[in-house]
Design a protein around this ligand. Structure first.
Ligand code: SF4
Ligand code: SF4
Length: 100
């Protein structure tokens, strides 16, 4: 399951840096979780890190995004592969342009 942040969020900023998947971002009013990136911390930690740190306990499971542990694991594998690819293409060979 992905998690979600409710409107009880007080924008304290502590959860965002804790997310191993960069799934948490500041929305128009409060922090939000990208369900495509949230693995409930599967692959990284035993417990959802954002839930651990949230001082107002406003991060429940998102009923719109119910997933099995297996599918969370697959999501983690996909994200990890994607991150590796991005790291590879993110570092282009040294070049000062095509010239003219
Ligand atoms: S449960 Fe884990 S992966 Fe999901 S938003 Fe919270 S910290 Fe990020
Ligand atoms: S830790 Fe909780 S209150 Fe703080 S920004 Fe995250 S969701 Fe909002």
């Amino acid at each position: 399951m992905a998690l979600m942040i409710t409107d009880e969020c007080i924008n304290c900023d502590v959860c965002e840096p804790e997310c191993p998947n960069q799934a948490i971002y500041l929305g128009p009013e409060i922090y939000q979780i990208d369900p495509a990136k949230c693995t409930e911390c599967v692959g990284h930690f035993d417990e959802p890190q954002c839930v651990q740190v949230c001082p107002v306990s406003c991060i429940p499971v998102d009923p719109q995004h119910v997933e099995s542990r297996e599918s969370l694991w697959q999501k983690y594998q996909r994200l990890a592969a994607q991150a590796r690819e991005e790291a590879a293409v993110g570092a282009p060979p040294a070049s000062s342009g095509t010239g003219g």
